[in-house]
Write a protein that binds this ligand. Sequence first.
Ligand SMILES: [Fe+2]
Length: 136
Amino acid sequence: MWTDDLAVGIDEIDSQHKALFEQLDKLLDACVAGGEREEVVTMLCFLDQYVVAHFSAEEKLQQEYGYPGYEKHRAEHEEFMRRINRFVEEVAAAAPTRDLVLRVNQTLIDWLKFHILAVDKEMSEFLLKKMRCNPI
Ligand SMILES: [Fe+2]
């Protein structure tokens, strides 16, 4: 679940992060409720597409404003996308289990929270300063 401490102060990014957590919550609910494999795969694929679009938006801002941590940030995004793809493959091969719920929590939700609090906040501080001085 998205909480106020995850706000980075850039509306576009914050609203995308909120939508991302909503999608992750839905995915977990479906897994806990014993959702069909197809339904869970569809949700994971939707999540994957949403994440790709969100990460591109963040990376575009970083490039526009010449963020020095761009390459490192992009590498983190790629790692997250690999994680989602591994889940897609796993669920496509076998029905989701309780163990999957636990691992989605640990490897997607915890990762995302840490990424936002550490990496996205650092990026946002840089971007907000640049946006104030050089509005595009
Ligand atoms: Fe990010």
